[in-house]
Design a protein around this ligand. Sequence first.
Ligand code: NA7
Length: 536
Amino acid sequence: MAEARDLQTPQYDAVVIGAGFAGLYQLHCLQQMGLSTTVLEAGSNVGGTWYWNRYPGARTDSPSNVYQFLFSDELFNEWQWSERFPSQAETERYLNWVADRLNLRPNIQFNKRVRSAIWTAENASWLITSEDGSQVSARFVISCMGPLSTPVVPEINGQDTFAGTIVHTTRWPQKDIDLSGKQVGVIGTGATGIQVVQTIATEVQSLTVFQRTANYTIPMKNDVYTTAAPQQADRSELRHRTRETFGGFDFDLEQREWASVDAAERRENMEHLWAQGNLALWVGSFAEQLLEPAANKEVSEFVREKIRARIEDPSLAEKLLPTDHGFGTHRVPLETNYYEAFLLDHVQLIDTNAEPIVRLTPTGIETTQQEIPLDILICATGFDAVTGALTNIDVRGRDDRSLAALWAEDVRTAMGMQVHGFPNFFLTSSPLSPAGAFCNAPTCVQHSVEWISECIGYVLNRGAAIEATAEFEAQWVAHHDEVANTTLIAKTPSWYTGANVEGKPTRLIGYAGGVAAYVAACDQVRDEGYAGFSIY
Ligand code: NA7
């Protein structure tokens, strides 16, 4: 039911939800435009993903040259990264520095977890209520809550009886958890679980890793930069370049056709990309790898061979080698000494398919074959990706329609920018855009924020509201599906397809046509006076 608006409710031109990469830049743009704007942030500081994910070993899998803001020469030139793949702490420091440098803090309200956002047609504005009962109203709302912010926490029998600590990686406490000498379990071997395992293995007394699906990985080549090294590159050229590629990085897909290159040369190419120590083998190689079974098989076998070479014990290798999906159909994590962790005597790997978890007991965890004493259970079990942050909020658009109810049936957006029926409500890192899943996040976030800001600027004196039409949304969904269905990713269950959350509708969550094609489509809509959107 709609919450009543108090006459004292502070009114803004715009409310931004979230103060991570997207929210900070969105606030900056709206401030520059002279719009009264407030940011509501659930955390006690800025940083978003890099505020919440402070688990051991958290770092970017994107290189710092592109994992940063590229809209400002000052920010680009004044910040010095210390590593090619910065840690959580450094990335969080960077975002705090940006917030100060751009004087954003006065317009950010912390410890405000939004509970509902209700559209009121009479005054064409949104009423936003936070968990603490406080309210603000605004003409425009921009959701900047990040694609991976709502954790999926497994329900394990007996968990209330467990005397130790259970923690999800994205809720790692600020004061840290002392793991030294502890008996630790980790559930999950995605990008997060891999970072945790490789980082804590030598510190803990015992480590038990519960793996449901083995992943393909690439060894991270993480250079340390000296303080003397300036940012290498022309900022505006890098900004331009990242928007012209498939994945929002500074490298792009191979231009040649897979079948036109002979096997020996393809092998050489894979070795070359492998040696880069980044995600280029995944989203900087032949497109056919993600589209055609034969090409995918070749690269999958190549990566398995690389992993196999590091594990002498054949039974361990068998467990750690992915065989039930193809390379790149799940997010490919970068790793550092991950496989070597399992060679330590106090580290054991449990395949939960062969040996399922039965229950937690006061002192540990019981599988079908053994009882394992535990002090701490770390859940690296992922997220209700891309939609979860919004469906956890009661968002009510025109005619009291509920976004959560709509998306429980069918996840639809108009180019990821809006949802039909939700006027003046904009999305970033959203479903059916590349930003949610298939993009180096800052590239897409900056593009979305700029598009949204321009759109708001356009609407300001032309009408009270802008809303994607049902026809345009249907067109985009059809185009999205057509592209998605050519990929092997859409045919493989993962968080990319919504398969990791029970009951979630199945649709490839990210736009698979590539960042360059997406940016061109958005530009075209803008250039045609926001064709596909109605202003009223
Ligand atoms: P992911 O990639 O969703 O990985 C979650 C992992 O947890 C994955 O291995 C899951 O296995 C596993 N999982 C989830 N629930 C269970 C239960 N109940 N039992 C056993 N194993 C389970 O999340 P991450 O946090 O690692 O990475 C998310 C993104 O963050 C990543 O893509 C980067 O962009 C950064 P499954 O594969 O479902 O069998």
